[in-house]
Design a protein around this ligand. Sequence first.
Ligand SMILES: [Zn+2]
Ligand SMILES: [Zn+2]
Length: 134
Amino acid sequence: MISPYTLCPHCGLITPPTAMEYAVAGPGSDEILWTRPAEVTCCACQRRHLITEVDVLPNDAQTTCRRTGRITCTAVTAHPAGAARICCTGCGLYMEGDVDEATAARREVTEALWGVEAAATVRVARERARRNQP
Ligand SMILES: [Zn+2]
Ligand SMILES: [Zn+2]
């Protein structure tokens, strides 16, 4: 999968997307057509944002997958330096990036918060739906 790393405007972390919607160059092509912005879902905060080609950060660092256990993976993934999460190109595991303390703390808070926030949003939406009923 094409996995462009960008600086998420919502959580401020450099992440690969968990999902991405983009235009392709033609039928059967997997090449991103950058004449239109692509919409990516941040893997840390799960919020979506639009990106264009200039937002894609260069892969100037690499990490060897640390997956062990039932599946052992040693694939080497290229990614931008400072990425908070790295999606292994071998097995798809979202690994924690080797970042400074402040970024690691931000990642922890973002990922912990997201679960709570998402649950709260669903609850609010449900309450609103209930209230709107005659
Ligand atoms: Zn984010
Ligand atoms: Zn892996």
